[in-house]
Design a protein around this ligand. Structure first.
Ligand code: NAD
Ligand code: ZN
Length: 724
């Protein structure tokens, strides 16, 4: 695969897009295994490396951020086993960094966002990152009322009854606690408790957990609280959610306050006034790691000043004011049992190593990535030999590395251990999914199936994306069902395009009575049955009306991920308007051509660049897509988006352009503020612009605004206008 150890700056856009596609599928699969099943199959370090690589590519190619980017996702949706709790404030994840340089970049990004000058210092807290699971404990008038897991960040599982069995969690808070306060932290299990209990479990049930985190998660999700009571769970408090009054002015003081209320807080938390102090504390905590009674997987840095935290705010899955500095990991050797080829959504053939299971850092690893054809042969991306030219063969003993590097999975082989008769691996030249020719284009690392529309690997993926949770969210259409419908020869049971999902019921109902009881009737097919068929039809019918953003995202247009779909939907509000805009847009022809007004409106939308715009325009220009879309629109009605943000603010609904230098805030902060206040931020001035905020040095945009008679104000006037 083109996901390689190639530095991000050397990737072509094509390679980057390909790699992002592979990464998102892979990460989603690991999230499911880890969060929904408590049974990960790769080490955390490998998982983090996948995410890091994904983030790096997205940062370098913001235009390529995918329909299903992992960067916007937290955890996994709550299971149905418990009641659900919608968090008053979202429970997010943390960004990860791995090297000293990354920490330096993190500090720099905080300073940049806040537009700090030299001499304006930021203090950070540093504390161990506990390897458990996060918990939100809601206290009202001093009494514990609900305890919820993080879930997908918005909605978690209600585990109050189980949490009440944990000694370290106070049922009541002292009188000085605010009327409403959500105390957040980590539920974990000590390593010695884990080892002892796991041994007992192995004897009694034959089942064991991979690590204390999984054991803690499993213990917390017991149906019967009495079972949870038998498991020695512990809790560290380190954060908070909703509070009816501020806890303190700094992170450090706020956590100290939680400690005074009876929560355990970590005594390795400290304040750092400089990068050097942060790194020194990281080293000190790392040195103590082995002697701590619980597992930690890194050090968390947080901006100490809560007013600055507030200004920094959040990205979609993590706060800007914190990051986790992860510990590096180790290597292990194992045997390569087989090489399998997977066909991705884009038709790329990816070699995957099936390994003799090996424990790396407490997690059993059975699969690894082999990157691409050349990598197996011992050739690097630059065409030069790697591993001194050693190729990788089935039967080889291989060195698997888990490190905070890229996704350095199989590093090398052990030549002395190569079995006699091991053959060089022959990469297939046909697609294992459809038999079409698989070709490798000049200069490309990836071999691709040419089957396009007929290749089930690609079509099935397309439909799978269409029905996925964040897209149309149609329950009952899992991979198996999609494949069943896709490969079905019976006209009344075939689904080969999104529209056909919605005509399935009609086609079934139109079957003549003579077929009653035959396999043509879905409910007679094994694995379906009347109840599940009715459920499926109900699920499909319930999605005949969906938000524009979901609908757009579901279409699987290149580069239109959830975030971009939302941006577009928020701008155009209706699907018809969006389609009209994209259909009318004429791309610039060469330098100096600005494109027509519809194009300019499109690229003027905050966050939408020319690559995304082009993908959208091309999608609507393709006749085949228009046909499929029209068929779909016969069945589905996209519901107009509501304007978002603070609708009562003086700039709500206005389109604002910032230009020139800003002195009191960075450009990013300005954008974030405007959006919070319900304004749309555009990148260029057009007739649709309502307000231009111009700082010193403003040039062509200011001139254009004046020509168009648009109101122009300076930064101070902006603050007066928005009342801040
Ligand atoms: N191996 C796999 O297949 C796989 C799959 C998914 C996730 N994971 C692993 O699961 C972990 C969970 O992923 P994630 O999205 O929750 O991100 P994360 O664990 O890297 O970081 C966020 C979490 O850190 C926790 N945390 C611990 N100590 C903290 C402290 N002092 N301050 C703030 N937060 C603290 C919180 O629970 C928070 O939700 C990661 O380590 C990741 O490697 C592994
Ligand atoms: Zn194919």
């Amino acid at each position: 695969m083109s996901r390689s150890r190639k530095p991000v700056e050397d990737l072509s856009a094509e390679e980057a897009a390909e790699e992002l596609a592979l990464l998102s599928a892979e990460i989603a699969e690991h999230d499911r295994r880890y969060h929904a099943e408590d049974a990960p199959t790769i080490s955390d370090a490998d998982y983090d490396a996948l995410r890091l690589r994904n983030a790096e590519i997205e940062a370098a190619f913001p235009e390529l951020i995918r329909t299903d980017s992992p960067s916007a996702v937290v955890g996994a949706a709550p299971s149905g086993a418990f009641g659900q709790v919608v968090h008053a404030r979202p429970m997010l994840s943390l960004d990860n960094v791995f090297s000293d340089d990354d920490v330096r970049d993190f500090v720099a990004s905080v300073r940049r966002f806040l537009a700090l000058r030299e001499g304006q210092d930021v203090t950070f807290t540093a504390e161990p990152k506990i390897d458990g699971l996060s918990m939100s404990l809601r206290y009202e008038r001093g009494k514990l009322v609900t305890a919820a897991t993080r879930g997908d960040g918005t909605t978690g599982e209600n585990v109050t009854a189980n949490i009440r069995t944990i000694d370290e969690i106070p049922q009541e808070l002292p009188g000085d606690a605010p009327e409403v306060v959500e105390v957040r932290g980590e539920v974990y299990m000590r390593r010695d408790d884990f080892l002892a209990l796991n041994e007992r479990m192995a004897e009694e049930t034959g089942r064991v957990f991979a690590n204390p985190r999984n054991f803690a998660a499993g213990s917390l999700r017991q149906k019967d609280p009495e079972n949870t009571r038998k498991r020695p769970l512990k809790f560290f408090a380190y954060a908070w959610g909703e509070t009816s009054e501020p806890l303190a002015e700094t992170q450090f003081e706020a956590v100290k306050r939680l400690g005074k209320w009876g929560f355990r807080i970590n005594d390795h938390m400290g304040l750092c006034k400089s990068l050097d102090e942060m790194l020194a504390r990281y080293r000190a905590i790392e040195a103590e790691r082995a002697s701590l009674p619980y597992d930690i997987d890194g050090v968390v840095y947080k901006v100490d000043d809560l007013a600055l935290q507030e200004r920094l705010g959040f990205r979609s899955r993590s706060p800007r004011w914190a990051t986790a500095h992860k510990f590096p990991a180790e290597k292990a050797t194992t045997v390569l049992r087989a090489i399998e080829i997977q066909v991705g959504r884009t038709g790329a053939l990816t070699p995957v190593a099936r390994l003799e299971p090996v424990t790396v850092g407490g997690v059993v690893v059975t699969n690894a990535t082999l990157h691409n054809e050349d990598y197996i042969k011992g050739i690097g991306n630059d065409g030069q030999p790697i591993r001194e030219g050693r190729d990788i063969r089935v039967g080889d003993t291989v060195l698997v590395q888990r490190a905070g590097d890229v996704i350095p999975q199989i590093l090398d082989i052990v030549p002395e251990k190569r079995p006699a008769g091991a053959e060089p691996y022959k990469f297939p030249e046909t697609c294992p999914a459809c038999g079409s020719h698989a070709v490798r284009e000049e200069g490309e690392a990836v071999r691709r199936c040419t089957g396009g529309l007929i290749c089930p690997a690609q079509a099935v993926e397309r439909i799978r994306h269409f029905v996925s949770r964040n897209a149309m969210d149609i329950e009952g259409l899992g991979e198996k069902q999609i494949e069943f419908f896709f490969n079905n020869e019976k006209a009344a049971q075939q689904i080969r395009s999104p529209a056909e999902i919605f005509t399935l019921k009609k086609r079934q109902e139109a079957l003549p009575a003579t077929l009653e009881g035959s396999l043509d009737r879905l409910e007679k097919v094994e694995g379906f049955g009347e109840t599940s068929v009715n459920k499926l039809f109900a699920a499909i019918d319930s999605r005949r009306e969906v938000a524009v953003s979901r609908f757009l995202f579901a279409l699987g247009i290149r580069h239109i991920g959830e975030t971009n779909a939302k941006r577009l939907a928020r701008h155009y509000l209706s699907f018809a308007k969006l389609r009209e805009g994209a259909s009318e847009a004429v791309m610039p022809k060469g330098k100096g051509d600005p494109g027509n007004a519809a194009w300019q409106e499109l690229v003027g939308i905050n966050g939408i660049g020319s690559v995304v715009a082009e993908a959208l325009v091309e999608f609507f220009a393709e006749e085949h897509n228009v046909k499929a879309l029209d068929a779909l629109l016969e069945e589905v009605t996209p519901i107009n988006e509501e304007p978002v943000g603070d609708v009562s603010s003086p700039v709500a609904g206005k389109t604002v352009v910032f230009t020139g230098a800003l002195e009191r805030m960075s450009r990013d902060e300005a954008k974030a503020m405007a959006e919070r206040l319900g304004a749309k931020v555009a990148g260029s001035v057009s007739k649709k612009t309502d307000l231009v905020v111009a700082g010193p040095g403003a040039g062509s945009k200011l001139k254009q605004a004046t020509e168009l008679g648009i109101e122009v104000i300076d930064e101070d006037a902006w603050f007066v206008r928005v009342g801040q």
